[in-house]
Design a protein around this ligand. Structure first.
Ligand SMILES: [Mg+2]
Length: 181
């Protein structure tokens, strides 16, 4: 069993990094329901947002804080299968190297269970589960768990995210077992 684990918005705090970069306070508070795009949330033109993140380079990505739940989430998922980090670097030049540094800082220089792609659908496997905070990405996989965040429809489970993911993974595994008979 492969568990694909998204990084931004699931393991590392992209929104916190953006808040620091643009000197915004508490972007998480009063996040408007249904708004996915962070530049829209901040009222900043898309291109300006893109350029400032680009300017910050690999350091921006390497220094994103891990969420408080990250270690618990990662070790819980590792109990079900091989966790492979599946993340999109977008078109930011610094993102692939910064993301690699982020992972190497935590798992060592030889760590290779990661895939950086803007096309998550291309790595689809029938026995894989995707954990992602984007409903569009989740729709690409038959088995996925939408990671609770204020910007998606599972926001109501954001207080006990790890428990929610565990319940959903168990449910998917149970469903898969039933299909075998
Ligand atoms: Mg994400």
């Amino acid at each position: 069993m492969i568990i694909y684990l998204d990084m931004d918005g699931v393991c590392c705090d992209f929104i916190g990094g953006v808040s620091r970069l643009f000197k915004f306070e508490s972007l998480y508070e009063a996040w408007p329901v249904g708004v996915w795009d962070v530049s829209q949330r901040m009222g900043i033109p898309k291109q300006k947002f893109h350029d400032k993140v680009e300017e910050a380079g690999a350091d921006f990505w390497a220094n994103l804080e891990e969420y408080e739940h990250f270690k618990a989430l990662n070790s819980m998922l590792a109990g079900y299968g091989r966790v492979v980090f599946l993340t999109s670097p977008g078109d930011w030049i610094g993102a692939p190297s910064g993301k690699l540094i982020w992972l190497q800082d935590r798992f060592g220089k030889l760590f290779s269970d990661w895939i950086f792609t803007q096309h998550k659908d291309l790595v689809h496997k029938s026995d894989a589960i995707l954990i992602d905070d984007s409903s569009d990405n989740c729709a690409l996989f038959p088995n996925s768990v939408l990671f609770p965040q204020p910007w998606n429809s599972n926001l109501w489970r954001r207080m006990d995210r790890v428990e929610y993911v565990k319940e959903e993974v168990e449910r998917l595994l149970n469903d898969a077992d039933k299909e075998c008979y």
